[in-house]
Structures are given as structure tokens and as C-alpha cells.
Design a protein around this ligand. Structure first.
Ligand SMILES: [Ca+2]
Ligand SMILES: [Ca+2]
Length: 373
């Protein structure tokens, strides 16, 4: 073990010494004539080389020194809510090169499109709370991200919000989870039930992508006066690695009406990326008042499918490509001995994984120790 450690240190030190050459290779060299190209106005009349005529071309003006915006995670494609009990929000994660400051503007649209749309007053954060007063129907939203320094704006894909009409007997199941979870932590899903009067049993079937996540030691646990009959996970499709997770709950007297958290579900990240978990089906059975057992009649009057996407990230993934490997170590090494007082700290600080204000061997060893395939 000691020998392995010193081998790693040697490898890192060699890497650090070799870094200027790597950095020189990686630095983009402006193409000859780029400055002239950039000075061409948006619509330019160019004379052809033969002089036979005039060709008019349109150009997007592009300055290679401007920051570039990346949308790292999109708002949920589809969110189901129930009228008068609307909860939840839509959110976007974005970044820009050169550490440019980002700004956000959410839009609503009458069609399933992210062109056009109407800017929503005050909706200028990375997260947008779904308006509580929406009537039953389908609504379309998207976010436009802008960055300082002349970056081209970037728009997210469209997020549909489906508002279901509420009737007195509508049972509602909601599932919520964090948008982002660190690789070393569990993803926690909270299952909330509403309008459970005279309900005996709830059976929930989730579909999870086991390329990214796997069952935790404790898969599910009931709460709020609800009894858990069983939980289990099984391979649904060995080709796509989709897993089915079934949780069956029994409802007792305490949860007869209103809204209550009835269960938690935990999954373990096994890789970086977007973990998708969908509540595929819900079966709700009422009480058979003759013998007190579950009725064979399903009482469900509103299926609320819910899909949650959680970004599994690692602070050691310096280039944010979903893996922690030698590329990240090389990138971090290119900032070796950068300090918080340095002019380039804005670009170097990502390599300071322990946050102590300097990029040194401790950071490089930590990145090496947290490689993720
Ligand atoms: Ca990486
Ligand atoms: Ca450090």
C-alpha cells in the first residue's frame, strides 16, 4: 500500500513537471485571419474574386473571446401537479466558460416550443416555482440563460406542466428528490400522498436506470403512521439495465385525509450522470368495509406519474464530463500552486477540491483517490 502511494505521488509529480508542455498543447491558437472575419458586420456585401458580381451573405457575428454558455441539466420534461395543491419548481443548471456571470429569464409559451414565448416577470432565478394558481390544463415553460461578456443566449428545452383537475375523491401521489446529489451520497426520494380517506393499500412501481443508480442497503421506509408491507427490486430489462422497484404500503387511521409524507426511498449512485427514476404505476385499493380487508376495487381516480432526474456529480470531476480520471488530474495539475490571490484564480479554483485556497499535492492526491469509471 505504501509502495502504491509513493508510486502515485511519483506519477503526480512527473505530471506536474510535464504540465507546461500539456498546457501548451491544449491552448487554442487563434486561426490566421480570425480577427478579420470577426470584424465583418452581421450582413456584409462581398465582392466575388472574379469581380463578376456581388454576393450578399449573412453572418452571425461571433467573437471567439466571448464566453460560451452550457446547459448542464434541463428542467424536467414533464411535471404533473393537481389543481389547488400545486407544489414544485422547474430548474436549470448552466455554466459559462471564463467563469462569466449568468442570468436567467423564464418564459411561458402557448405551444410546446422554446421559440417565442412570453417573459415571466420576476422569474429570473435558476429555479422557477410553478405558479400555485394554475387552472387544470397543460402549460409550457422554458428558461433563457444569458452571460456577461457577449455570450450567445442559450435556451433550455421545454418543460411541460400538466395541472390535473381536483375532484373530492382524487388521490394524489407525489415524488420529490434533490436535483443534484454528490456521488458519495444517497439519493432520497420522498413519497407524499393526499386524499387517502378510506384507502387500505398503495402499491407503487418505480422504474430506475441501474446504469447510474442501485438500491441502497435500506431501500424504502414508511413514515407518518403508514405500514410498509414490503419493498423489492428486480431487473426489468437486462439489456437497458432498467430496474423495477416496488413498494407496497398499508394505510391506517392516521392518514385518512389531507396530505402526508408516507414513505422514503433511497438509491445509491454508482456512476456520474443523470439518474432517472419514474413512478410508472400506482395502484390504490380501498377498504372493503364488510371484512375490513383491501377491496379488489381500485380506488385510484388520478394517476400522477412523476419522473425525477437527479444529477450525480463529483467535485473531483474537474472538466464535468461525468468521469473522474487522468484528464481531471492533468487539468488540476495545470493549475498547480495557483493561489486565491492569483489573477487566474477564477479558472484555477475548481482544482482546489479541498477548498483551502491553494491547488497543491493534497488536491491532486484527492482527485486520484476519487477516480470514477
Ligand atoms: Ca472528468
Ligand atoms: Ca487545496
Amino acid at each position: 500500500m505504501k509502495r502504491l502511494y509513493s508510486l502515485v505521488l511519483s506519477a503526480i509529480i512527473i505530471l506536474v513537471l510535464a504540465t507546461p508542455a500539456i498546457a501548451a498543447l491544449a491552448s487554442p491558437v487563434p486561426a490566421a485571419g480570425m480577427a478579420e472575419l470577426n470584424s465583418i458586420p452581421q450582413t456584409a456585401a462581398l465582392k466575388s474574386s472574379s469581380g463578376a458580381g456581388v454576393i450578399t451573405n449573412s453572418f452571425e457575428t461571433y467573437d471567439e473571446t466571448s464566453p460560451v454558455i452550457m446547459i448542464n441539466s434541463q428542467p424536467a420534461a414533464s411535471t404533473n401537479v393537481v389543481q389547488s395543491g400545486i407544489t414544485g419548481s422547474l430548474s436549470v443548471t448552466a455554466s459559462a466558460t471564463q467563469g462569466a456571470a449568468l442570468s436567467y429569464q423564464w418564459y411561458s409559451n402557448t405551444a410546446n416550443s422554446n421559440t417565442g414565448g412570453t417573459a415571466i416577470g420576476g422569474a429570473t432565478g435558476a429555479s422557477f416555482t410553478i405558479p400555485l394558481t394554475l387552472a387544470a390544463g397543460t402549460y409550457y415553460y422554458f428558461c433563457e440563460v444569458n452571460a456577461a461578456g457577449g455570450a450567445l443566449p442559450a435556451r433550455t428545452s421545454v418543460a411541460s406542466v400538466i395541472v390535473h383537475a381536483l375532484t373530492p375523491d382524487t388521490q394524489v401521489i407525489r415524488v420529490t428528490a434533490s436535483d443534484r446529489v454528490h456521488y458519495k451520497e444517497k439519493i432520497e426520494y420522498t413519497i407524499n400522498a393526499a386524499n387517502m380517506k378510506d384507502i387500505n393499500t398503495i402499491a407503487l412501481d418505480f422504474i430506475a436506470d441501474s446504469n447510474i443508480i442501485n438500491g441502497a442497503d435500506t431501500l424504502a421506509e414508511s413514515m407518518g403512521g403508514v405500514f410498509q408491507i414490503f419493498d423489492k427490486q428486480a431487473v426489468l430489462d437486462p439489456v437497458t439495465n432498467l430496474w423495477n422497484i416496488r413498494v407496497v404500503l398499508s394505510i391506517y387511521g392516521d392518514v385518512t385525509s389531507g396530505t402526508s409524507d408516507v414513505c422514503k426511498l433511497w438509491l445509491n449512485p454508482i456512476r456520474l450522470g443523470d439518474a432517472n427514476v419514474t413512478l410508472a404505476t400506482v395502484a390504490i385499493y380501498g377498504i372493503d368495509i364488510i371484512n375490513g380487508k383491501p377491496s379488489s376495487n381500485q380506488r385510484l381516480t388520478a394517476v400522477i406519474p412523476a419522473s425525477n432526474t437527479t444529477r450525480i456529480y463529483s467535485i473531483y470531476d474537474i472538466n464535468d464530463d461525468g468521469e473522474v480520471n487522468w484528464v481531471d488530474l492533468t487539468l488540476a495539475a495545470s493549475h498547480y500552486l495557483a493561489k486565491a490571490a492569483d489573477a487566474n484564480w477564477n479558472s484555477a479554483r475548481i482544482a482546489d477540491v479541498n477548498g483551502d485556497g491553494v491547488v497543491d499535492l493534497i488536491d491532486l492526491v484527492a482527485i486520484y483517490a476519487n477516480f470514477v469509471p
